[in-house]
Design a protein around this ligand. Sequence first.
Ligand SMILES: C[S@@+](CC[C@H](N)C(=O)[O-])C[C@H]1O[C@@H](n2cnc3c(N)ncnc32)[C@H](O)[C@@H]1O
Length: 156
Amino acid sequence: MEEKKNNNKDDTPVVMNQHKIELELRNHPIRGRGVFPKEQIKRNTLIEISPVLLFTPDEYKAHGQYTVLDHYTYIWEGGQFALALGLGSMFNHASNPNVGYFRDFENKVIRYKTMRDIEPDEELCINYGSNLWFEDTEEQVESDLDEQDFLGSFDL
Ligand SMILES: C[S@@+](CC[C@H](N)C(=O)[O-])C[C@H]1O[C@@H](n2cnc3c(N)ncnc32)[C@H](O)[C@@H]1O
């Protein structure tokens, strides 16, 4: 079998220092599994770094899009698709999310940070964008966050 080349730009280790917060997966009858904190989390806290598994555009067109992966993959650079390994695949969608993410193409990871202070048991959600493929069950979450704050809140 032909060996696949690792195209990492350098061999610098990627520090995975996120797991200091107690998180758990909880099941919702419609949304399925989601991520919840057992403690308060401050705004701008790194809560997860998910390594990604990459699919080429051809692999995705021929196979991935016809499988459950289609509900889990992120768009990546160069037309690739990325499956987040770890909690990155478990965040449910909210139109007004409390978690934002940054695609680190060079290190092939996605970093997730809180966008505001979060209370224990408040579900951690990201925004999937406007083309949802399911009926959104989300309960309206009150927030004083405005659009500008949302877009400009990262400090990565
Ligand atoms: C990336 S997965 C999230 C993890 C998923 N809940 C699970 O248990 O595997 C995306 C799927 O979660 C569900 N989902 C996420 N956010 C939702 C929401 N706001 N309302 C309804 N379903 C949601 C949909 O079924 C969607 O296809």
